[in-house]
Design a protein around this ligand. Structure first.
Ligand code: GUN
Ligand code: ZN
Length: 442
């Protein structure tokens, strides 16, 4: 089956933290994206590709919009929707006061299904088509999430949280049970359709050495498995890890010792890393998730993005919303805060670099850039259609933008879910704000 999108379109073709931004953006004021069986077959100017559109196929036309690759969220907790924006605490107190009580409600599979349904729709409404997702310790929370993702055919990466200490009893597994439940979920979901599994020890303080080692064994049990956890987010947390693991050289070394630091590893936050940690990430191919709204909300600190991606030893970085410590599921709003965090360190995160973090950079951080993150032949047709005139202020401001870079920067400063006109997943339009009745399919 062939579908075609037409309109202004932009995609990254290279890394703007390594090369001049203008050389990294492929933009056409009138483009065609030709999609066959969920995969992009051609992308380029309308004038060049119009003859490639098969007879009888009418392009879906988005004039005055901007077609970009679907956004990638490198770090988010779906069970935390019910306590997003909880007042007044830093990380460890926030976990005890708000997070752990909320996560206990996911013992109820019905609750998990309801929240997974809302979460998937909110992601699509924000233009996000792939996310690396923490579920809870309950296998049914993973089941509910993948089942909902499968309905939309979204490419999602998720896993059961592993925790065998320092949390309420109702949220604890054991090293053995966590291993066995994870393995059963891997067998059921990893590689089923577009779903991928992620081994998910929450963070070092809530796992014993035995559990971290079991996570290392799980990671080796199948090809293409991912690893996600938290790293060096908050000074109190870092001090606690030092006390719990006195034999380890650093927080990252706790994970390295258990075999958890490799190409498909995604470490959330990394706010307080040292140069040797960046070197370890670079050498191992491990990635960091920059979560600016969360780091600001919990007062965790300012992630040193431009140090992380230093071309002399670049570390792969994705952009995470980290909801519910993060305050928005919108990648545009996340970029708004990422710009300000960079500005505090004297750097300028330009619009092309921003779009890179939210698309191709995220795909590279997840080792999925062979199929995600670009408008290019062979990539899966996950697409976000942005509306630069979504609000009266944006429409007014757009009239003063003289380039696609200015328009993109305006979108990442003023934009949020209102600026997403439509979201396409594997070549199907699953969300269209302008659709009468329910904007979501299915
Ligand atoms: N560290 C351990 N668990 C969490 C969590 O749920 N959110 C954040 N932001 N940090 C964590
Ligand atoms: Zn997190």
């Amino acid at each position: 089956m062939i579908t075609v999108l037409r309109g202004p379109a932009a995609t990254l073709v290279d890394d703007p933290f390594d090369k001049p931004s203008r050389a990294c953006l492929d933009y056409h004021s009138d483009a065609l994206v030709i999609v066959e069986d969920g995969v992009i077959r051609a992308f380029g100017p309308y004038a060049e590709l119009r003859d490639a559109v098969p007879e009888g196929v009418e392009p879906v036309h988005y004039p005055d919009h901007l077609i970009v690759p679907g956004f990638i969220d490198a770090h988010v907790h779906y069970p935390q929707l019910q306590m997003i924006g909880a007042f007044g605490a830093q990380l460890l107190e926030w976990l005890d006061t708000y997070t752990f009580p909320a996560e206990q409600s996911f013992a109820d599979a019905g609750h998990a299904a309801r929240v997974a349904k809302l979460f998937l729709r909110e992601l699509l409404r924000a233009g996000t088509t792939t996310a690396m997702v923490y579920c809870t310790v309950h296998p049914q929370s993973v089941e509910a999430f993948f089942a909902e993702s499968e309905r939309f055919n979204t490419r999602m990466i998720a896993g059961k949280v592993l925790m065998d200490r320092h949390a309420p009893a109702a949220l604890l597994d054991t090293a053995q049970r966590g291993h066995d439940e994870s393995l059963a979920l891997i067998e059921r979901w990893h590689g089923r359709g577009r779903q991928l599994y992620c081994v998910t020890p929450r963070f070092a303080p809530t796992s014993t050495e035995a559990q971290l080692e079991a996570a290392g064994a799980l990671l080796k049990s199948r090809d293409g498995l991912f690893l996600q956890t938290h790293l060096c987010e908050n000074p109190g947390e870092i001090e606690w890890v030092r006390e719990l693991f006195p034999a380890r050289a650093s927080y990252l070394d706790v994970y390295a010792h258990a075999g958890l630091v490799g190409r498909r590893s995604m470490f959330g936050h990394g706010v307080h890393l040292h140069e040797d940690d960046f070197c370890t990430c670079h050498q191992s191919g491990a990635a960091l998730a920059h979560c600016p709204t969360s780091n600001l909300f919990l007062g965790s600190g300012l992630f040193r993005l431009f140090e992380a991606v230093d071309p002399r030893r670049p570390v792969k970085v994705g952009l995470g919303t980290d909801v519910g410590a993060g305050t928005s599921l919108s990648k545009l709003q996340t970029l708004n805060e990422a710009y300000k965090v960079a500005a505090m360190a004297g750097h300028k995160l330009d619009a092309v670099q921003g779009l890179y973090l939210a698309t191709l950079g995220g795909a590279r951080a997840l080792c999925l850039d062979d199929r995600l993150g670009r408008l290019a032949p062979g990539c899966e047709a996950d697409i976000c259609v942005l509306d630069p005139k979504a609000t009266p202020l944006m429409e007014f401001r757009a009239g003063y933008c003289d380039s696609v870079e200015e328009l993109l920067f305006m979108l990442m400063t003023l934009g949020d879910d209102r600026a997403v006109r439509a979201t396409w997943v594997a070549g199907a339009c699953v969300y269209d704000r302008a659709r009468p009745g329910d904007p979501f399919l299915p």
